[in-house]
Design a protein around this ligand. Structure first.
Ligand SMILES: Cc1cc2nc3c(=O)[nH]c(=O)nc-3n(C[C@H](O)[C@H](O)[C@H](O)COP(=O)(O)OP(=O)(O)OC[C@H]3O[C@@H](n4cnc5c(N)ncnc54)[C@H](O)[C@@H]3O)c2cc1C
Length: 402
């Protein structure tokens, strides 16, 4: 394993940090108080600057207009721009678009590439991904209610989805729907491109999330499909390959998330340390002189460093041995980093006292919105169960680890 970071990459990471500090931090207060729509026009201006400075699409190969970083390099980049909640959108590597781009790059037909992928890569449109359903458990995704039934040259979709991130204002949704109800569970579903203006696709509501409905990319839609008709040529990849393709998207996707969360940790840690030395609790004593606070700082530093190394290791395994070889690593980092982030943000918030729960720092927003990290892309429990089962299989019979 070789984590050596070239001088060139060091310079790129520094450039990304400087960009974020100079151009995106100043937009945060408006975002925290007025929401994403208020800052979106300004973020689009920042996107032009990102393009000019050669930092557009860090996760995408150069031949498709991206930076051509390896997963490990993109992970490091992601941690820099993840220091602000406005980072990934500005560099066009935000979920769920980044996952949809990777999916379409691998499986889309020429026609699908021209109509859906290229404008996504150019940043002219946004997309969403509809897999989770209100009436079925996301923890058992092979059990779902949305169907796509063949009728002539079309599929007719019926069903409901929710937690469809970025559905408000998206141009299309990649919908996971059952196309072969009688097939074995993992071969039942396909992924189908559904333009958001297709008759029969109804946005029921934007789901209220920790006190905020949000809007545009920073929101989550509840969708209903009622006699919603799209051509069969809108299916991505082979029929019945929906889960296989979803699985492939999740490996790199979890590295993206985890390194963004490392960025959140680093920002929270920096704010905690700054506050500790600046805030005086008596005329001659800063908060930093107190052992409670010193403990938070030492523990946070150790936990962030450990989490970062775990993620970089997982990224390195995917880069060098493929996603299958990194299966356990991916599960381990998903719940480890999400929980590390919760602890670090909580300590940083506590160190700020009343200021910590205002919207004058990003901490309250991190505390509120990042709690979901333990739920999406596989809950803590599901990851722990699957990794433990694989470990136990090495020690016992199949039955014992079931
Ligand atoms: C902010 C956010 C964004 C999201 N974005 C998207 C998106 O863009 N597209 C999309 O399709 N989905 C998205 N999701 C949905 C997400 O993937 C699901 O919420 C997740 O898969 C969990 O499914 P569920 O909510 O149905 O919980 P359930 O499956 O009902 O699980 C409930 C709880 O039970 C626990 N549990 C389940 N099985 C076991 C077990 N065997 N043992 C012990 N505990 C168990 C789970 O860990 C969980 O805590 C998003 C969710 C959030 C919160």
């Amino acid at each position: 394993m070789d984590f050596a970071i070239s001088d060139e990459l060091q310079m790129l990471l520094k450039k990304a940090r400087t960009f974020v500090e100079q151009n995106l931090y100043p937009l945060e207060p408006e975002f925290f108080e007025q929401g994403f729509a208020a800052v979106e026009p300004k973020l689009r201006e920042q996107r032009d600057k990102v393009k000019q400075q050669g930092m557009w699409l860090p996760q995408i190969a150069k031949e498709h207009g991206g930076m051509g970083l390896s997963l490990l390099e993109h992970g490091l980049f992601s941690a820099e721009i993840g220091r602000t909640p406005l980072g990934h959108f500005t560099f066009n590597c935000q979920a769920p678009d980044s996952g949809n781009m990777e999916l379409l790059l691998q499986y889309a037909s020429d026609e699908q590439r021209a109509r859906y992928l290229q404008p996504l890569l150019d940043g002219d449109i946004r997309s969403c991904f509809g897999m989770t359903e209100p009436d079925y458990p996301g923890s058992n995704p092979v059990w779902m209610g949305t169907t796509a039934t063949k009728d002539g040259d079309d599929y007719v979709l019926e069903g409901r989805k929710w937690w469809t991130t970025g559905g408000d204002g998206a141009a299309f949704c990649v919908v996971m729907a059952v196309t072969a109800p009688d097939a074995p569970p993992h071969l039942r579903a396909s992924q189908i491109l559904v333009p958001m203006d297709t008759p029969g696709l109804i946005i029921e509501t934007t789901t209220p999330f920790m006190g905020h409905r949000g809007e545009s990319w920073a929101s989550h839609s509840e969708l209903r499909f009622e006699n919603c008709r799209v051509p069969q040529s809108n299916r991505i990849g082979p029929e019945g390959a929906g889960f296989l393709m979803a699985q492939e998207r999740l490996g790199p996707g979890r590295i993206h998330h985890c390194m963004r969360w490392i960025g959140v940790c680093e920002r929270a840690f920096e704010l905690m340390c700054q506050r500790a030395v600046e805030r005086h609790i008596s005329a001659d004593r800063p908060l930093a002189s107190k052992q409670f606070v010193q403990g938070w700082i030492a523990e946070s530093r150790a936990e962030i460093d450990a989490a970062r190394l775990m993620v970089l290791h997982a990224a390195w395994v995917i880069d060098n041995k493929g996603a299958k070889a990194a299966r356990d690593d991916i599960s381990l980092i998903k719940f480890t980093v999400a929980n590390t982030m919760m602890r670090v943000v909580d300590r940083a918030l506590q160190a700020h006292g009343g200021l910590g729960v205002t919207d004058y720092t990003p901490l309250a927003m991190f505390y509120r919105m990042e709690r979901a990290a333990r739920i999406y892309d596989g809950t803590d429990e599901v990851h722990k169960l699957s990794v433990a089962k694989r470990i136990l299989r090495q020690y016992a019979s199949e039955d014992a680890a079931r």
